[in-house]
Design a protein around this ligand. Structure first.
Ligand code: SAM
Length: 324
């Protein structure tokens, strides 16, 4: 429990700052001057952190980045994590571009859940928004479906003027493949000059628009995984859609259950708050696990009640560096 009574048992681990895409809202081409560091933690170091966290009661772990699948030996890392006592679930957040080749080995290694980012089903818009190829992501999603993961979710960031017309096709795609779709409010986590506030689109506005063509049936009991989405079933299409009102929902942080670990070995208690706790010294082989345990306890103790995104937050590292 943290000081606000939240049960913190979920660790999101960024295993690389590198990414093979350049999403407008995360790590755009125009992010001048920022370069990813070489991957900071070895697989052995990540496994050590997971062992310590699991002994402290962390149960759910998610690999992220950057794009985690540009790193080598991710299936080996997943297998190592899944074998640790206390680890109940290992998940992955990915842009899906390398899933076609990796879905099967990841499933065999013990990966249980996959979140795929997908902001549009239009190939040209996909290229404009991400710099990547939609086709590779669609192949990745099909490979993930075939591999038989427990759960695959699609994550879409809402961008006024950029992908508004994609929301309905994405809902239909989600319904057709029976994949929950999560619509996420844009967060100010990259440099101000590329994050124009006029791109912001609230979940409330999107829900109002959807209500003009569909009935949204709330699913208050539904918790798909460990995230903050509020889920609804769309009566006609049958799609299950989760709304993540990171900016507009004032109770958004009340149920936050996670810490983040950046690829350079820093615990970030809250994505929208600048404090970080560096594990690098404690990760040296000659230092015992007690030091790591103490740093984890410190991170829980300073986890803020809410993020600072509504208070003229000034990002100092892009999302791809912190780990999304
Ligand atoms: N590369 C992986 C992927 O695409 O899922 C993992 C890292 S990515 C940073 C994790 C998630 O963060 C993605 O779903 C992405 O859309 C989301 N994200 C990145 N920047 C964001 C922003 N400014 N606001 C909201 N979500 C963001």
């Amino acid at each position: 429990m943290d000081q606000f009574g939240r049960h913190i048992d979920y660790l999101r681990i960024s295993i690389t700052e590198r990414c093979n895409e350049r999403c407008l809202y995360c790590r755009p081409e125009t992010l001048n001057g920022w370069r990813p560091k070489p991957d900071g933690m070895t697989n052995q170091e990540v496994l050590r952190v997971v062992r310590v966290a699991a002994a402290l009661g962390f149960r759910k772990f998610r690999l992220t980045g950057g794009e985690p699948l540009v790193r080598e030996q991710v299936p080996e890392l997943v297998a190592g994590m899944a074998a640790i006592d206390g680890v109940h679930c290992v998940g992955l957040s990915t842009n899906g571009t390398r899933l076609a080749e990796l879905a099967k080995p990841l499933k065999e290694a013990g990966l249980r859940t996959v979140n795929v980012s997908l902001d549009t089903l239009d190939p040209q818009r996909y290229r404009r928004l991400t710099g990547g190829e939609l086709e590779s992501v669609l192949r990745g999603i099909h490979a993930a479906l075939q591999a038989g993961f427990e759960r695959i979710k699609i994550n879409t960031v809402l961008l006024r003027g950029k992908n508004e017309e994609d929301i309905w096709p994405l809902i239909q795609f989600a319904a057709e493949h029976q994949l929950p779709l999560r619509l996420i409010e844009l967060m100010p986590v990259t440099k101000k000059e590329v994050l124009d506030p006029s791109h912001f689109l609230s979940v409330a506005e999107v829900m109002d628009r959807l209500r003009q063509r569909e009935t949204l049936v709330p699913l208050p009991q539904l918790r798909l995984g460990h995230g903050p989405a509020k889920y609804y079933r769309l009566e006609k299409t049958g799609a299950v859609v989760g709304f993540i009102g990171a900016l507009t929902k004032l109770d958004f942080c009340d149920t936050c259950n996670k810490l983040r670990l950046s690829a350079d070995g820093k615990i970030r208690p809250c994505l929208g708050h600048h404090g970080e706790i560096d594990l690098r010294e404690a990760l040296r082989p000659e230092v015992g696990d007690d030091a790591l345990r103490t740093l984890f306890e410190q991170a829980m103790a300073v986890k803020p009640r809410t993020h600072d995104f509504r208070d003229s937050y000034q990002p100092c590292r892009p999302m791809t560096a912190i780990g999304g």
